[in-house]
Ligand binder design. Sequence first.
Ligand code: IFM
Length: 454
Amino acid sequence: MSAEPKPELARSDFPADFAWGVATASYQIEGAVNEDGRSPSIWDTFSHTPGKVDNDDTGDVACDHYHRYKEDVGLMSQLGLNSYRFSIAWPRIVPEGKGEINLKGVDFYARLVDELLEKNIQPYATLYHWDLPQVLEDKGGWSNRDTALYFQEYADKISRLLGDRVKGWITLNEPWVASILGYLQGVHAPGLHSMEKAVRATHHMLLAHGLAVPALRRNALRSDAEVGVTLSFNYIEPGRPGAEQLAQLKDAWDNRLFLDPLFKGAYPTELYPILSQYLPLEREDMEIISTPVDFMGVNYYFRTLPVEWADQATMSFKDRPNEGSEYTAMGWEIYPEGLYQLLTRFHRDYGIKKLYITENGSAFQDSVVEEDGNNFVHDAGRKKYLQEHFGAALRAYRDGVPLAGYFVWSLLDNFEWGYGYDKRFGIVYVDYPTQKRIIKDSAYWYESLLKSNA
Ligand code: IFM
């Protein structure tokens, strides 16, 4: 018996006011690191430290989006997108980390937002996508409680100035990655190896979020404005019989370390033995942290199958590969069902009233081919990845999950942190030496979905 062909997705399968978007982040695309009063961030320091990033790549130029934002917004408009998630660089807005605001930095984002609105693309701004001002790291960074207060101040300042135009406010992007990879595993800025600092950073990021929410609400003037937070998730299943408890612990660490405090007002009990010795918990912190938000952003890429500990002291697990599965250039298993499972779980177990997929996408080895004098990137793998994940999202929506939008990671190939420019996640190819943009087949597929029955 031959398998039924999969029905094509159509725009009208999703809600009429669905946010169809792409996502990017400041340090990964902007470049212009020394312009208009921006101060160095921890990622400038980290990427300029030899050996920290593949090929010693840095974000100095990146996609030069700081100067080419109009062209990039033009691409989004051409593809038919109605939403764009970008991040604001704290060191451009408050170069000293606290205190005086830098209006030239604000002006860049004001121009970007105006350009987006002009093209009917709704702005979703993330306030922290990992580029902490280095001056704050010099005072302990996120392991210092004051950083949470400075974040609140920065959030207040920028939202006063853009609150009349920005639709979605996202306090933090993937704080797990920022605290655990940055302060414990040392593979992200600031490159530290301390459980104590990682736990303190975790708590202070959560606090920073909770402190910022009321300020954002106060300053967000659009009647449809929303305030939320974006977390990273991987779908975890036991990698062998008998590894159920291990998988549950990994889930607590990877997926619930931020989720539970935010949406249940408590850290996962399984983690008390490791957290309790270092948690800088003060009275009322958990109430502040669990201040209600309008939505949660879900960043999903892959499944993991833990089989044993890699190192218990650093809470690292050994995962097994799955025979028969396909993997991306990051070595991540392609598992769309994981997206469905996670979305339905957040709805069922946490009752979260609105969910966005704020990132989903894949890196593949792309190549540019010339046909009839034009350049193309036939990224069949990425196109399939997106088709399948949009399909899983649709299934979740049909099963009652309040899914409000989908932001593909990423608009452009960009600086993929410790991997530098080797890993390409864009639906638009960037030829770095010339900064020429080439629309990949995956973007044409997305365009056809958006124009299917708009
Ligand atoms: O590039 C990153 C992004 O900055 C955060 N989420 C995951 C992406 C791919 O690794």
